[in-house]
Design a protein around this ligand. Sequence first.
Ligand SMILES: [Zn+2]
Length: 566
Amino acid sequence: MAEKSIDIGIIFKCCLCLVILLWGWACQERGDILPAEKVFINGHVMTMDKNFAEVEAFAVDRGKFMVVGTTKEVIDACPDSEIIDLNGKTVMPGIIESHGHLLSLGQSFVELNVEGISTPQEVVKRVEERVKVMSPGEWIIGWGWDEGAWAKNYPSNKDLSAVSPENPVYLRGLHGFASWVNDRALQIAGITEETPDPAQGKVLRDYETGRPTGILTNEAQALVNSHFPPMSLQQTEKALQLAQDECLKHGLTTIHEAKTSAQMLEAFRSLKQRNELKCRIYVMLDVTDEALVKPFLQSGPEVDPNHMLTIRCLKVFVDGALGSRGAALLEPYSDVPEEQGVIVTSEEMLFEITTRALKSGLQVAVHAIGDRANRLTLAAFSRAIEEASDVKDHRLRVEHAQVVALEDIPRFGPLGLVLSMQPPHCTSDMSWAETRVGPERIKGAYAWRSFLDTGIHLTLNSDFPGETLNPFNGMYAALSRQSPDGKPEGGWYPDQCLERKEILEAYTVEAAYSGFEENIKGRILPGMLADFIVLSDDIFSIPPREFLSLKVEQTYVGGQLVYEKK
Ligand SMILES: [Zn+2]
């Protein structure tokens, strides 16, 4: 709900901030003394300003950076402040994770985690162990098997049903586009040979008997997961808190929550009210929940004057994922010619949603993975931009843009779109992506360099928990296009690699831009929010492979220490 009553408060605060800022600058000019809560000295501080200037020290007061400069300059400007010696450590702005899923991340700590397990037999063993500690009939919910890597030969539910005859089992794939369930779960959902496939999904069946095999793709997953006992508000809050702690540990100080339900929003609000929100949250509302979205379409965005919880974006899905062949392609999949992916939101619908959103001052972020989904998104966006031509700064976002027709790549920039891409998707998918799309279409796949060269705003992120939320793994992938074990030599389609500066900007300055926050976040400059991280090594000079062992030693949000490595 946009709170009209806070408008005057915001204006007042803005004026006050401006006065403080101007006064701060005026004092600096005159060499006067400034009161600051803390000064951080003797660091190797990357400001991420336009020239990538490095400084030694900065002062923090009331949640913001106040002065930056040499150690002497900062101490002279703020003499009576608490001094924290950085001992030569590298400091950079906090990472802005511009696309993640906090609730799924939090649930992954509660659920059965089978990520990284290489065979279905071993997963079945884990389920067998879990059955022993569950009550009869209780759901066993897990996640993390790789539906992309296992798509060639999906497991069946036979062994799962044998070890868990009483407890329904539901194992979500790593990327959320396929689930593997046992017989008990199929029974509860009433899924039989006769059950038709939903419009945008499939109940996979045995070729000979026609019986469901236990694999459900895309929307067919809802046939089963709609029978889960609902999470309480308290459980949701708990999961979000577990997730935010994990984020802070990895230096993520702002999260763009890429599909926020009504209950999640309620949980964010109550955490904020109790002062328990430690990461800053930028909300993308789940557009399929009309009741959730309606008030924002009527009253516009809710921009938090304290920048902890801002709601100004709608999340729309246009297709599925490449791994499960749900990504909508212009031509059939190269490895399964009868498949072409699924469109879940039509161009007309996307045009209408986007136009309404723009006229309400909201941003739209579209999940578009295949070349058909991306072309559809371009068409709907360009019509909506024309229809809402009063909106000069729309920053409509395309999430993923994973496989894009080469002739479409130059069309994104001139429309003023923001691109949000995931380097870890590239290095996770590279072993099978080319078999899905063939040697021609792969040239427009994970094509960060081609996009960036068109002058587009590009932000990079992880889309956790499908990929690790450790941003340095993503940076390594963007630098090298190699798996963590260094393969393939020289990188996979290495002309798409990015430069270190471009990558660091994409995780800070450009990520802030993608949420209309580039004037308050993403740089260490006077007046900006004091969100920063202290690193174990110098991210600006280490060789690419050392990104994989880089650690966050401390994380600060608004000048407060919120994580410290033990
Ligand atoms: Zn996502």
